[in-house]
Design a protein around this ligand. Sequence first.
Ligand code: NAD
Length: 280
Amino acid sequence: MTASFYQDKIIAITGAASGMGRSYATLLAQQGAKLLLSDVDEEGLNETVALASVLTSPENIVTMKMDVSSTEHWQAFKELALSRFGGCHMLINNAGIEGAAKPVWASSEAQIKQTMDINFYGVVYGCRSFIPLLVKQDWASIVNISSIFGFIGTPNASDYCASKFAVRGYTEALMVELAHVYPQVQVHLVHPGGVDTDIARSERTAKFKHKFLTTPSDEMCQVVLDNVIINNPRIIYGNHAKKTYWLSKLLPLKQLKKIIAKGLALVDKNEYSREHQGFK
Ligand SMILES: NC(=O)c1ccc[n+]([C@@H]2O[C@H](COP(=O)([O-])OP(=O)(O)OC[C@H]3O[C@@H](n4cnc5c(N)ncnc54)[C@H](O)[C@@H]3O)[C@@H](O)[C@H]2O)c1
């Protein structure tokens, strides 16, 4: 039997307590990787460990309760990688939240800031903390998770879209920079379409979740792992992903706006009143 590409690779994953983070963890456990799993949700993280431990030796798994928006936590996560495994080959910046799920005028500044702190700055802090470890390897990879909402702006998701556009811009710049100095460190930008996870947790987004979040999480993550092996920098997969990408590339915004407006049928429209406080 040929060894898996990921056998013995040291791989750090954020947001590993649920959804795609859990899928990466179990798929990579199966392939003999050494895993550093983190999440704010300790209970979910323990469930992931229970699932992954059946597939690999327990010594291959290390966990940390961690908030990606904290630079102190990132420092501790990096130190854990060094002390337990002596370094790191791959960082999957996967943790994320759905955000306010409200129109611009109804989203609070605190919520917008939280979305940016987790979805964008979490990725920034992750890259900055782990790059010094990754450049020491003969092969390494950074996998940053954007979204198809990193291609288009959709109703009730302005903060989420802003965070995912930001991840895209940051990662596209990083991949050019690093290739110049450390070409063995691959950088990947992932744009999942609708993937069946618990990201849309609120009742406000239930209709959206039911209609769009349909691609199985394991399938999505296996495609990402396969594309990392072939060093594909932009990975677009999942329900509506390719279609959204091409429409965003080819259509003038005037036409694109009309198509995106159909998404209004799926959002909670309680705040779409001229009487809303946000207009006063
Ligand atoms: N599900 C989709 O359709 C979809 C589509 C495009 C992009 N994405 C992105 O994929 C990534 C994974 O999302 P998912 O769909 O698996 O959702 P999920 O909610 O199932 O998993 C996200 C995980 O991130 C964790 N998390 C949240 N805030 C955190 C913080 N501050 N620090 C550390 N961990 C934190 C959560 O506890 C959770 O375990 C996210 O970045 C999301 O934006 C998801």
